[in-house]
Design a protein around this ligand. Sequence first.
Ligand SMILES: [Zn+2]
Length: 200
Amino acid sequence: MAKVQHKVRFGPFRTSHFRKQVDAAFRRAFYSYLDREIIPFLEGDIVGIGGRVHSHYDRPQFNGLPEVKHRYYHELTFHSAAGTEDAHGEVDYDPATGAWTPSRVKPLRIWTLSEKLREKRSRDLDRQISMEARHHQPVRPTKCPRCGSKRVAEMRYGCFVSSDDSDPQWCCLACRNRWGLSARGLARREILKRISGEPI
Ligand SMILES: [Zn+2]
């Protein structure tokens, strides 16, 4: 296995208490924690690690509080030929044993290659829907498709700006039937129809 390039920045820390903890043993223990607890869960063949380690408790008012004395937060990026993966989390350091352990307060969160791709696709789809929704005008139906009543009302979703795109658009006041799609719902349906067949 190729040697992993370690480029994590520790600090800068405000208080001397935190500043003094960072030494060679501290860094070594941190990287071996990553080797054990994070890298096995990533998808790429990791060649470099960047990002930073800081502490939310690096302030004078937390001085002397034993439970947060060695509590750190990492925001890391792991590089491989396939792309980058991220891991954020809170960890406790034990200077006596050199052990790093995840804190239960803010658990570890990992964004793998496939998770980042999923998030990107969902953002792209959302942007596409917003763009195309302008060209869709839901047409008010003249009557309810179920009972034939002409008392058709438009659904309103309170003050929520973005209701679910699949929420029904029309409501029959006679039989309470709900159906139809909003402009965003119509746009989403058309886009998905267009891209179906392409791998998602
Ligand atoms: Zn009806």
